[in-house]
Design a binder for this molecule. Structure first.
Ligand code: CP
Length: 335
């Protein structure tokens, strides 16, 4: 495997093989599988789970890893092409990325969206500018519009819970959050559930529609897998017979990059906090999923997070197992 950048690059059989490998490595540890291998981890955006789970994954497979982030004593990093570097940053990604990559056998990169211009972010300009500089195998640890590691772990979590692929109803719901957040997780989650063959409903207020390009890509994946995609702002209709609700806040696509207009619109929807009444007409055992971090009492009520519906801790642990499978295949543990 040369790149783990988008779950859409993999067939259903390939994803199922990765998930089976993740389960096998959990049940039957292979502490020498990646002995002597090094994973470089570049975090240009913050993290708890991704950082810790990649380090744990490499350690459990017998390899090592190192982390570079702007919070460390690096020299300030510039990414704009053709810039005269007479400001604070003393290092350009054109040197930094190949240097960091050269110390490892694979590199993981996290760089969130700029969130100024939707087309720019949809094109993954910054992420490609970095991966184009290297030949080293790379892993997308969350870019402007994707989070494939989260999605692989979430697919495994759905399998672990025996939530049906075909015939399973998956509600991806916008939730209130005081800040305009990136589209990476909703984009990746939408595609994951569609690719798995589920009947997916995107539940969101007006002004928070996901970009047409993402909806079309997911619709094609759903059709190929025997599922479907619908979109609504009607909570009762969306939650009817749902097996799972996946909550996430994201930026207004109507006001993308417009901080004040986005804030004004989102503040009309302070009641979009998942709570027990949301589940009134869902399946009795309808589950609550979230990638974390999550704001208690804002995105979701405490009683949901602390109750039997919530599978957020299982999702987070599956991050480590799913990434162990990716690393095992990428770095030759499977040979
Ligand atoms: N879900 C997720 O990617 O968490 P972090 O941002 O903490 O890595």
């Amino acid at each position: 495997m040369k790149a783990f950048n988008d779950l859409a690059d993999f067939s259903t059989d390939e994803i199922r093989a990765l998930i089976a490998l993740a389960g096998r490595l959990d049940a039957h540890p292979e502490p020498d599988a990646l002995k002597g291998k090094v994973l470089s981890l570049l975090f240009l955006s913050p993290s708890l789970r991704t950082l810790a789970s990649f380090q744990a994954a490499m350690t459990r497979l017998g390899g090592g890893s190192f982390v570079i982030s702007p919070e460390m004593s690096i020299h300030g990093i510039e990414s704009r092409p053709g810039i005269v570097m007479d400001g604070a940053a003393a290092e350009h990604i054109r040197e930094a990325i190949p240097v960091i990559a050269s110390y490892g056998d694979a590199i993981g990169i996290r760089a969130f969206a700029e969130r100024k211009n939707l087309e720019h972010d949809m094109a993954e300009v910054e992420f490609h500018a970095m991966t184009d500089l290297i030949d080293t195998p790379y892993i997308n640890m969350e870019s402007a519009m994707n989070h494939p590691c989260q999605s692989l772990a979430d697919w495994k979590t759905l399998d672990d819970l025996a939530i049906p692929a075909n015939g399973g109803k998956f509600v991806l719901s916008w939730a209130y959050h005081p800040k305009a957040l990136p589209l990476a997780v909703p984009a990746a989650t939408l595609h994951m559930a569609a690719h798995r063959g589920m009947d997916v409903t995107v539940l969101r207020p007006e002004g928070f529609e996901l970009p047409d390009q993402l909806m079309k890509k997911a619709a094609a994946a759903a059709e190929a897998a025997g599922g479907s995609i619908t979109e609504t702002d009607d909570r009762t209709a969306a939650m009817q017979d749902a097996h799972v609700i996946y909550a996430k806040s994201w930026s207004s696509t109507r006001h993308y990059g417009g901080r004040l207009a986005d804030q004004k619109l989102r503040e009309e929807h302070l009641d979009w906090c998942v709570d027990e009444p949301w589940f009134d007409n869902a399946k009795d055992d309808c589950r609550f999923m979230h990638c974390l971090p999550v704001r208690r009492g804002v995105v979701v009520a405490d009683n949901i997070l602390d109750g039997p519906r919530s599978v957020v801790i299982a999702e987070a642990r599956n991050r480590m197992l799913a990434q162990m499978a990716v690393l095992h295949q990428m770095l030759g543990g499977s040979r």
